[in-house]
Ligand binder design. Structure first.
Ligand code: CA
Length: 244
């Protein structure tokens, strides 16, 4: 018996997922693919139906298109969070719509998948979210003396507020959620920018440099390490706090 299979199927065998997508061709592909993968799926195509489903059923996760015929998916996302639900939400966003992505994350979504996507990518993202503690999203992220609050978008170091742009905040949040792990530029581009971002090739490096400039403090070890040829790592900072 392979442990990995026990984990995989045992974990999401009873998972119920609401898919909100008005492109029925895409919605149907997702619905069928996820069913084959063992998820229980409800597919709806309007904001009204999605709201009704969320009101009446207890979902383990929601996949949410933002551009819906009767409204904007971010409204539902905000409403779900306002009610205190930590249900993981993945935004399904159009390839070039960075605005969608930012609005979705601002509204409380946990992750996004850029259309067109393939099912393995989607299910990998889903498994990653389902593995996390259910209430992780409502809590502040603390790494050493740096505290990031996803609900207020405040970042402090040793209690002092650090102003970040929205992109820097998204980058800091992603890095801090994965503190201690090496993340490639591709990882960062996919999660903080568009997977197919075709702007400046050094956009990640530029934002990392800006974050370092804002987060690093004299007398303390650097917060973000460069792992040559691989990417970046946000240090766990266990013993890197600034000492007065
Ligand atoms: Ca749509």
């Amino acid at each position: 018996m392979k442990l990995v299979n026990v984990f995989r199927f045992g974990h999401h065998g009873a998972m119920r997922v609401l898919v909100v997508e008005d492109n029925l061709a895409l919605g149907t592909i997702v619905e069928r693919g996820l069913r084959e993968d063992g998820y229980a799926i409800d597919l709806v195509s309007t904001l009204a139906d999605a709201t009704h489903q969320v009101d009446t059923c207890d979902y383990d996760m929601m996949l949410l298109d933002l551009g819906l015929p009767d409204g904007d998916g971010t409204q539902l996302c905000e409403e779900v969070r306002r009610r205190g639900s930590a249900m993981p939400i993945i935004i399904l966003t159009a390839r070039d719509d960075l605005g969608d992505k930012v609005r979705g994350l601002d509204a409380g979504a946990d992750d996004y998948v850029t259309k067109p996507f393939d099912l393995p990518e989607l299910t990998a993202r889903m498994r990653a979210l389902l593995r996390r503690p259910v209430d992780y999203r409502n809590t502040e992220i603390e790494v050493g003396d740096i505290v990031l609050d996803p609900s207020t978008h405040n970042v402090t170091r040793a209690g002092i507020g650090i102003p970040l742009t929205s992109r820097e905040f998204a980058l800091a949040e992603y890095l801090m959620r994965h503190a201690g792990e090496v993340l490639s530029r591709t990882d960062l581009l996919e999660h903080v920018w568009d997977a197919n971002y075709d702007g400046l090739s050094n956009v990640v490096d530029v934002h990392i440099a800006n974050l370092r400039r804002k987060l690093d403090q004299p007398g303390a070890a650097p917060v973000i390490s460069t792992v040559r040829g691989v990417g970046y790592r946000f240090e766990t900072l266990d013993d890197l706090s600034v000492t007065p």
